[in-house]
Design a protein around this ligand. Structure first.
Ligand SMILES: [Cu+2]
Length: 142
């Protein structure tokens, strides 16, 4: 192998390894959407985003094919549960962001009627500052 080729390969290896050290590693786990009652046009979605990388990432937006999605947090205020809208959510390295009942959740509204049928799935599109777009297909279940 000539030297130019060797140097080029070394450069590529350096590029790949430096890239891995400075990018978040996100895993989306167990996402699902609560099947709403037949008359409802809104529901919630839950799941976990884990960042096993060395740098933080920020969730900027979630969208879907079944309705409009907002990131919410349920908070107790003098005995009453209220929902706070989150415009973005930071996921620190080595931590996880958990969407679960009475905490952070995905709030779906203006839902299409077809999701009331059995066995449907939803496509969730997560938009992150550094990792870009991550698409997942999730079940809609009771
Ligand atoms: Cu909500």
């Amino acid at each position: 192998m000539n030297n130019i080729k060797k140097n080029y390969i070394l450069f590529v290896i350096l590029l790949i390894s430096s890239c891995a050290a400075t990018t978040p590693q996100l895993q989306l786990d167990g996402f699902w959407v609560v099947k709403p009652p037949i008359v409802a046009r809104s529901t919630a979605g839950y799941g976990t985003i884990r960042n096993t990388g060395k740098v933080a990432d920020t969730l900027l937006k979630v969208s879907s094919d079944i309705g409009f999605v907002m990131m919410h947090k349920t908070e107790m205020n003098s005995g009453m549960a209220g929902m706070m809208h989150m415009s973005k959510m930071v996921i620190e390295p080595g931590s996880e962001l958990v969407f679960e009942p009475m905490s952070y959740h995905l709030m779906f509204s203006d839902m299409a009627e077809h999701i009331h049928q059995e066995g449907e799935t939803a496509t969730l599109i997560f938009e992150f500052e550094k990792s870009g777009i991550i698409k997942v297909t999730v079940p809609i279940k009771p």
